[in-house]
Design a protein around this ligand. Sequence first.
Ligand code: ZN
Length: 56
Amino acid sequence: MPLGYLRCCPRCRGDVFVEQDIFGGTSLSCLQCGHVLTAAEEQTLLDRVHRARSVA
Ligand SMILES: [Zn+2]
């Protein structure tokens, strides 16, 4: 089951999924528009996810 974040794409609000890149690292990319998140966008997304979790 792939790890993903629904409606988290900063460009189109599509679904973002974690992909393994060829260097063995991971990157986040959007299923709908294909946008690959930058490090800064990843951080923003993760911050938002963690904040949402701590509130709930
Ligand atoms: Zn997108």
